[in-house]
Design a protein around this ligand. Structure first.
Ligand SMILES: Cc1cc2nc3c(=O)[nH]c(=O)nc-3n(C[C@H](O)[C@H](O)[C@H](O)COP(=O)(O)OP(=O)(O)OC[C@H]3O[C@@H](n4cnc5c(N)ncnc54)[C@H](O)[C@@H]3O)c2cc1C
Length: 414
C-alpha cells in the first residue's frame, strides 16, 4: 500500500453539516481547504433532515436560498404537541425576523450535495470521499496534519490547521486527548417510517400518552416516526415483541393504525443512542473541534445541525484571514470557542432540563393524567408565548452571519 502526502492550508475531518459548511466558506474566502469524508456519498438514513430558519438565512446571505429551496422539501411553520384530547401549538415560526419563517425538512444528503456543488466552484476546495481519518500528525507538540486510510492506501495530509468535524464519535477528538464532560441523557430514540396518505395531517407532531412519547415528521410520501424510550429500554421492547410495538404505535397514532404492519421486522427500527457531551477546551495548537465533535447534542428541539452550521460560520469568520496569512495562533482558535460556547451551553442546558424534568419522569412513571403540564398549558392559553420556543429552535441563542469575503467562483461547466 502506498503512502501519499498532500499539503493544504486547512484539513477538515468529516463532511457533515459542520465540515461541508466550513469547507465551503473557507474556499469561498480564498483558503485552500481539503475535506476528508469516510463515506463514498452523503446517503445515510435518519441523520436529521431539518434546515432551520437561521441556516436558511445564511443561504439567503450567500444568495443561494431560492436555489436550495427549489429542491424537494416540506415546510414546518408550527410545532404541535398532542396529549389526550389536547392539541397544542408549542412553537410558531411565522413571526421570526428571517426570510424563511419555517423549518425546511429535506434529506440531509440533499443539503450536503448542494454545499459540495457550491464549494466545488472555488479552486481551493477539495473533497476526498472514502478517506477515513485515523490519527493526528504532530510535530513538537503541535498538530500538523492527519493520517488517513483510503482505498488506494495511506494518505498523509499536512495542514496549518486541522478541524475535527467528524461527529459525535469523533476519531480526531479521541486522538487529541481533549477532555470531555458527559452531561447524560435518560433516553434513547427509535426511528422508523410508515407511508403517508392523502388526508393525513401535514404538520409534524409530538404525541405524549401514558408514558409513551412519539414524534411524527411529515416527509411528503412517508412519516418519519420517532419513539422516545428510557435509556437502554430497547432490549426490553424487543422482548415484548414486534406486535406489542405495533400496537403501541397504532394507539399513539390512530390515523395510521392501518399502517402499523409496515414495521415488518426490528431491522426497520433504528436505535439512536442519545448522548449529550461537551469538550472543556475545543482546541489545541493546530487543531480545532466544531459541531458534534465539540458538543454532541440531544435530539430535543432537533437543533444539532443548526449548531454545527453556526459553529462552522463562526470558525470561518474568525479563521479565514489567519489561514490566508498562514499564521493561525492558539488565541485565534480559542476565539471560536469563546464565540460558540455560550450558545452551546445554553442550548444543552435547556435540552437537559427538558430531558430530566419532562421526558425522563414521563417515561419512568406512566400516568393517565389528562391535564397538560404547566408550560404546555401556558403556550395553549397565551399564544404570544409560542414565539419563544420558535425563536430558540429556529434561530438559536446566537445566530451567526457570513462575514467572510467572497473570491470569484469558477462558473460551472455545462
Ligand atoms: C438519528 C439522528 C437523528 C437526528 N435528527 C436531527 C434533527 O432532526 N435535526 C437536527 O438538527 N439534528 C439532528 N440530529 C443531530 C445531527 O445529525 C447532528 O447534530 C449534526 O449532524 C452534527 O453535524 P456535524 O457535521 O458536527 O457531524 P455529523 O453530521 O455527524 O458529520 C460527521 C461526518 O464525519 C464523517 N466522519 C466520521 N468519522 C470520520 C473519520 N474518521 N474520517 C472522515 N470522516 C469521518 C461522517 O461520515 C459524517 O459525514 C440527529 C442525529 C441522529 C443520529
Amino acid at each position: 500500500m502506498t503512502v501519499q502526502t498532500i499539503t493544504t492550508q486547512c484539513c477538515i475531518a468529516g463532511g457533515g453539516p459542520a465540515g461541508m459548511m466550513l469547507g465551503l466558506l473557507l474556499a469561498r474566502a480564498g483558503v485552500d481547504v481539503t475535506v476528508l469524508e469516510k463515506h463514498a456519498d452523503f446517503l445515510r438514513d435518519f441523520r436529521g433532515d431539518t434546515i432551520h430558519p437561521s441556516t436558511l438565512e445564511l443561504m439567503h446571505e450567500l444568495g443561494w436560498m431560492d436555489e436550495l429551496l427549489a429542491l424537494p422539501h416540506t415546510k414546518v411553520s408550527m410545532l404541535r404537541f398532542q396529549s389526550g384530547s389536547h392539541d397544542v401549538i408549542v412553537g410558531d415560526f411565522t413571526h421570526l425576523p428571517t426570510h424563511a419563517r419555517y423549518i425546511a425538512i429535506m434529506p440531509q444528503w440533499d443539503l450536503l450535495d448542494f454545499l459540495a456543488r457550491k464549494a466545488s466552484a472555488y479552486p481551493g476546495f477539495h473533497l476526498r470521499r472514502r478517506t477515513e481519518v485515523t490519527d493526528l500528525l504532530r510535530d513538537r507538540g503541535q498538530v500538523v496534519g492527519v493520517q488517513a486510510r483510503t482505498p488506494d492506501g495511506s494518505l498523509e495530509v499536512r495542514a496549518s490547521l486541522v478541524v475535527a468535524a467528524d461527529g459525535r464519535s469523533s476519531t480526531v477528538r479521541q486522538h487529541s486527548g481533549l477532555e470531555v464532560d458527559e452531561l447524560g441523557a435518560p433516553m434513547d430514540v427509535l426511528w422508523f417510517r410508515v407511508t403517508r396518505k392523502p388526508g393525513d395531517p401535514t404538520d409534524p407532531m409530538g404525541r405524549f400518552e401514558r408514558g409513551q412519547i412519539f414524534i411524527l415528521i411529515n416527509r411528503g410520501d412517508h412519516w418519519q416516526c420517532g419513539r422516545v424510550i428510557a435509556k437502554g429500554a430497547f432490549e426490553l421492547l424487543r422482548q415484548r415483541g414486534l406486535d406489542a410495538f405495533r400496537e403501541d404505535f397504532a394507539r399513539l397514532a390512530p390515523f395510521m393504525a392501518d399502517r402499523a404492519q409496515e414495521i415488518s421486522s426490528w431491522d426497520d427500527v433504528k436505535l439512536l443512542t442519545v448522548r449529550v457531551d461537551r469538550l472543556r477546551t475545543w482546541s489545541q495548537p493546530g487543531l480545532l473541534c466544531i459541531g458534534d465533535a465539540a458538543h454532541a447534542m440531544s435530539p430535543v428541539g432537533g437543533v444539532g445541525i443548526n449548531l454545527a452550521v453556526q459553529d462552522a460560520v463562526a470558525a470561518a469568520n474568525l479563521l479565514a484571514a489567519p489561514l490566508r496569512q498562514g499564521r493561525v495562533t492558539p488565541q485565534d482558535l480559542h476565539r471560536v470557542q469563546q464565540r460558540r460556547e455560550l450558545p452551546t451551553r445554553l442550548t444543552q442546558r435547556a435540552q437537559v432540563f427538558i430531558q430530566d424534568r419532562v421526558l425522563g419522569p414521563a417515561l419512568r412513571t406512566p400516568s393517565d393524567r389528562t391535564g397538560l403540564p404547566l408550560p404546555l398549558w401556558l403556550v395553549q392559553h397565551v399564544p404570544a408565548l409560542r414565539r419563544i420556543p420558535a425563536r430558540l429552535v429556529g434561530m438559536g441563542f446566537r445566530p451567526e452571519h457570513v462575514r467572510t469575503p467572497a473570491t470569484p467562483a469558477t462558473p460551472p461547466s455545462h
